[in-house]
Design a protein around this ligand. Structure first.
Ligand code: DC
Length: 221
């Protein structure tokens, strides 16, 4: 089995690039952020504070997650319900970041994620795939971009969706989430020593995609 680990902060273009690369290679794409988002959503719906360990931990046995590939799209099911769209809300992203700091949540997902990589060729994207989940991954990529470049992309996406939010607010949000994800005690966001770093600040989608393809070709031969 081969596995490709792609880690990096939110907004570097990870999921779009990862999805396309997985498709091209014929690998199963696993978006691990979606799993944290589903747990965040569960906590929000239950009226709990997603940062409250004592409230979130007892919920874990009640949670069953399933990922399914439907026509190349990853769908995520939370206790049988398709929550693929619901987990994309901004508020759920923040809740995901909060539950992701809870060690029991990370332990719960670790087994699930490793199991997926044992069964098939996967391209997994997240924050700790190269460092914790798949330390023996065949290829490790750390995909990043400056906070300003990531905020600008998010702002443009929002504009296209008709969401009016000041660029400064988006930038604040990006920085806050970066801080939260890289300063937590449990599996913080960091580059694995053997990961290849790709900075997409000055690259467009096609250039970023070519850079990733080249790395994979060099590593997998
Ligand atoms: O990539 P994303 O925005 O969907 O991730 C949502 C949150 O989940 C993010 O704030 C960090 C967390 N996360 C994590 O801690 N570890 C992962 N492997 C993936 C996501």
């Amino acid at each position: 089995m081969h596995s490709i680990a792609i880690d990096g902060p939110a907004g570097a273009g990870k999921s779009t690039l990862a999805r396309r690369l997985a498709k091209e290679l014929g690998y199963i794409y696993v978006d691990t952020g979606a799993m944290y988002r589903a747990i965040g959503l569960y906590a929000l719906r239950a009226g709990a504070d997603p940062a409250d360990r004592a409230a979130v931990e007892p919920m874990l046995p009640e949670i069953s997650l399933r990922l399914e590939n439907q026509a190349g799209e990853q769908k995520i099911f939370l206790n049988g319900e398709d929550v693929s769209a619901a987990i994309r809300a901004e508020q759920v992203g923040m809740a995901a970041s909060a539950v992701a700091a809870i060690p029991a949540v990370r332990a719960f997902l670790l087994e699930l994620q490793r199991g997926m990589a044992r069964a098939q060729n996967v391209l997994m994207d997240g924050r700790d795939i190269g460092t914790v989940i798949l330390p023996d991954a065949s290829v490790k990529i750390f995909l990043t971009a400056s906070p300003e470049a990531r905020a600008r992309r998010r702002w443009l996406e929002n504009q296209a969706k008709g969401i009016e939010e000041a660029y400064e607010t988006v930038l604040e949000d990006v920085k806050k989430r970066d801080y939260q994800d890289s300063h937590r005690a449990a599996a913080p966001l960091r580059q694995a020593e053997d990961a290849v770093r790709v900075d997409t600040s000055e690259l467009d989608f096609e250039q970023s995609f070519e850079a990733l393809k080249k790395i994979v070709a060099e590593k997998l031969g």
